[in-house]
Design a protein around this ligand. Sequence first.
Ligand SMILES: [Fe+2]
Ligand SMILES: [Fe+2]
Length: 271
Amino acid sequence: MKHWTPEDIPWDSFDPSRVNGDILKIVKAASLVEGNGRDYARYLCNVFDDDPEFQEAVRAWAEEEVQHGDVLGRWAELADAEFDFSACLKRFTDGFKLPLEATSSVRGSRAGELVARCIVEVGTSAHYSALAGATDEPVLKEICKRIAADELRHYKLFYTHLRRYLDREGLGVLGRLRVALGRITESEDDELAYAYYAANGGGEPYDRKRNIRAYVHKAYPYYRPDVIRRSVAMTLKATGLKPNGRLSRILAGLAWRFMAHRQRRLAQTSG
Ligand SMILES: [Fe+2]
Ligand SMILES: [Fe+2]
């Protein structure tokens, strides 16, 4: 069951004078990744083919993700009359393909798959919390707050099912850490880069490095320390480590410094 609908968004309050061009580009890319939610559901239903309880939860989850895409796309069309959400979504899904025919998880086990799903939801909840804090545009702020709350619920959903599969598959802390780190490093792989390109690329040929640099340069400055601390705690919890201990504080400090360093380094090289 969805917790809200597009009709709950105060569209009449849209204020074009408060639209930030960099945030608009990030929102356009995010709308495309979200709009691809049903393909993820198809992949997950293949991997969990004998688990109707999980399949039902995943189908409901995908509808929420697609709603995120629709609402972000609608906002981007309000902010930029030339942006065509449907056309860009088609461009994205034509060029970026998930392993839809896979019958087992690309993570090596179902528990591993659920760790990876938790990490994705950590990333999205941080992303929308950061954007909600960064934007002055009242409609986008409201949208991002609602989506961030959904993404936190999604994390809890996958974490609940992860607990169930850990009892069966016994994936240890090291195995979970390996999946988590793998998924975190993938965040700069093709999916986001291609979404950024499909939404903002103009007529240029696709270049993964250039597009991910442009994305990072625009998105990272909005991540505040509290958002990073919470993300590290949620990541550690999904791997079976203590979420709020000394390790968590050290990792949050390192993540903050890494993001600041990466952002500074890219400041001169992206547009
Ligand atoms: Fe989402
Ligand atoms: Fe989500």
